[in-house]
Structures are given as structure tokens and as C-alpha cells.
Write a new protein. Sequence first.
Length: 84
Amino acid sequence: MKALLSHAPGGPGTLRLEEVADPRPGPGQLLVRVRACAVNYPDVLIIEDKYQFKPPRPFAPGGEIAGTVEAVGEGSPAGARATG
């Protein structure tokens, strides 16, 4: 699958589209096929290292998503749905 990743601090122009391994949902998790994703102002601050939350790199910014649930991990609620 493809992912837009932040490897180093900087603006949106520093993000790189890369091929990564297909994810699998763990216990209590859902796997969502993302159809749309927003990189908003807090995401920009995070990739610039100007926000209090600093995830380990590389990471994929963009917490606002819309998509389809593709798989559920063990212990996930039955009938769970992604509601972007």
C-alpha cells in the first residue's frame, strides 16, 4: 500500500509518498481502507515539530479520514463501522 510519511521535520513539502507493508488489524482494532484523508493545521504543526505531540518518525500524518472497514481484529465490536 502507499503512505504519505514524515521522515524529518519540515512543511508539507517534506512528506514522501512511499510503498509500505500492508497492515493487519490487531486485537480490538479495525483496518480501514482510506478513501480520503485531510492534513490539517495541527498535522502541519506536528510534521514541523512545533506541536506538543511528537510521534516517532516515520509516521503518516492525517487523523481525519473517510473510508471502508476492510477487516476487524480479534475482540473488535461486531458490526463496527468507520464513519470518517
